[in-house]
Design a protein around this ligand. Structure first.
Ligand code: PMP
Length: 296
């Protein structure tokens, strides 16, 4: 269970218990998927619970809200403060925070700007668990870049991610590797992908992917370590025989990939740059100065 009867959520301007929330069955987003969301993690630090990159997450959320045409009556800073209060009210430190903005009741396909905002905090382990992951290349591709908001966190656009992830799990993989419409490597169902070859990191360039905040942190960390990061078009064939691979995302953190389509990589995970980055990421998210953005 994600919640209990005491869980406090933020809904339409007030802190309340989950049982007090009423969602109208005619909510447009429930029918047509035009909700938007984001997800961030809070970590226990010496200065209490700190949400990693809260402002960046809420800036992305606000940008998507405005592109979608949904009214969001708070600034990213206010949303960060509300989220911190929510964590305190729920006595949570290591937690995940999910803001969701959805439209008002409206059965037509005409967009309404009237919206409802819900922010829910909950305890959530790593999305793909704590061990190395096995990926399967999925038949379900990322949306065409002409699809509106194709690279944003929009409810309806995650149908493919749910289908891809579930199909991979049904065959005992941990997650799917999705290709873009051109057949190039894009991402996992809910995380960005990096591979390592000859001490250089490669990751799909932006255009078909969600521009992950963790991805940006990884690039910055690697560059600070003196490791070159190349953002480019990556063909599936290119992944054959690489040294290592990892996924990066808020819910996943940094997850080493053991195999892709049952094939392993040249190096042991523990010997890769990805492994070093995974360790450093863990330290980074629990250091208050880093959370405030002074060190990275
Ligand atoms: N790609 C997809 C498809 C995602 O859903 C996510 C998770 N939000 C990411 C990448 C990683 O984004 P972030 O690092 O901002 O969590």
């Amino acid at each position: 269970m994600y919640e209990n009867e005491d869980t406090i959520v933020f809904y339409d301007g007030v802190f309340c218990r989950i049982a007090e929330i009423r969602i109208n069955p005619f909510t447009q987003s429930l029918h047509y998927g035009n909700s938007i969301f984001d997800g961030m993690r809070s970590y226990a630090t010496e200065e209490g619970a700190q949400i990693f990159k809260a402002t960046e997450h809420y800036q992305r959320f606000a940008k998507t809200a405005s592109q979608m045409g949904l009214n969001l009556p708070y600034t990213p800073e206010e949303l960060s403060q509300i989220s911190k209060q929510l964590l305190t009210l729920n006595k949570l430190e290591d937690a995940y925070v999910r803001p969701l903005l959805f439209s008002a009741p409206n059965m037509s396909l005409n967009m309404t700007s009237e919206s409802h905002l819900m922010i829910v905090p909950f305890k959530w382990g790593l999305l793909l668990g704590n061990s190395l992951v096995n990926l399967k290349t999925s038949a379900y591709r990322r949306p065409h870049p002409d699809t509106p908001l194709h690279d944003a966190k929009v409810g309806g656009l995650y149908v493919t991610a749910v289908m891809a992830s579930s199909a991979a799990r049904a065959e005992n993989y941990h997650d799917a590797l999705q290709l873009d419409v051109e057949g190039n490597v894009a991402c996992a169902s809910g995380a960005n992908l990096f591979y390592e070859k000859d001490e250089v990191l490669y990751t799909p360039k932006i255009g078909h992917i969600v521009q992950g905040i963790t991805r940006a942190v990884v690039i910055e960390m690697a560059q600070k370590m003196g490791v070159e990061v190349v953002e480019k078009t990556i063909t599936p064939e290119e992944l054959d025989g690489v040294d290592g691979m990892f996924l990066a995302g808020t819910a996943t953190e940094i997850a080493g990939v053991a195999t892709l389509d049952r094939k392993s990589f040249k190096m042991q995970w523990e010997d890769t740059i990805g492994f070093v980055i995974s360790r450093q990421y863990r330290q980074l998210v629990t250091l208050v100065d880093n959370v405030r953005g002074t060190l990275i």
